[in-house]
Design a protein around this ligand. Sequence first.
Ligand code: NDP
Length: 295
Amino acid sequence: MNTAFLGLGAIGRPMAARLAAAGHTLVVWNRTRERAEQFARDTGASVAASPAEAARNADVVFTCFSTSRDVQSVLDGSDGLLAGLARGAVLVDCTSGDPATSKTIADALAARGVGFLDAPVSGGVSGAEKGTLTVMVGGDAAVLQAVRPAIEAFAGKIVHCGPVGAGDAVKAVNQAFLAIHLLAAAEGLVTLVKQGVDPKVALDVINASSGRSNSSMNLIPERVITRAFPKTFRLALLEKDIGIAAELARQNRVPSPVTQLTADLFRVARGELGEVADHVEVVKMVEQWGGAEIT
Ligand code: NDP
């Protein structure tokens, strides 16, 4: 297929690389142009000067920006996506976005005969590199069917979740689980360290018991106990995600004190740790509060 990919960040870059490796024609655009040029040197893709130029001959255009608002910001004007997208083309937005903005974007595209899917992903940078991401999709099932061969370049599992916004909603709730599990694991393990229990021994038990999670099974052993804290997914983006989940719960009038409190704690963590910190570094905040390291 003729594809375009906009947004070569931590996860967008390996996703786009999978499209090129799968043999799709690929044009890329990135706000910081040097990243697109480096990507083109590495993969043989072409670089477009604007979102409009990237979209011009594409059957499928992928976006993977920080927020839905960022996607909305590249739609209009002579350089914008709407100026380049042909009738019958599809925009697949892999941003972990918010359902309301995705619906607004979908409506603007529909008025031009362009399809839209919200298609956030899960599985991290390593999943993108291996092509095993889980992709949760909102939008028309027939549109998904048409672009499925392109999405399959980076997906291990593709799930149609419902109408536009449904993919974003499922992603936000998944991220709320991640944020809650991470904080809960940090609090529990700092407590056990101070109680004199080796955290590796504690995790050996917990990971064979009912309290286990991705945080206890993977993130804490691989990134905290080792003190490696690699930068793969910015804490600022997880704060954005749990903010979306908290807002959705409020809009649906669901009492959600755990989600709301965790959203507040991540807002504090973002303020303290900054925009480039990795999400797992929230554990450092809990360690500092408790006065012990999980190691
Ligand atoms: P990064 O911060 O690494 O990259 C963000 C990308 O978006 C960059 O290409 C950036 O361009 C571009 N961008 C941001 N704002 C704008 C804007 N206003 N106009 C144009 N381009 C813009 O983020 P990630 O790649 O980590 O994440 C991207 C999305 O994927 C997020 O929604 C995130 O929540 C989600 N995600 C990330 C995962 C991960 O493991 N990293 C896992 C699953 C989902 P520039 O290079 O110029 O800054």
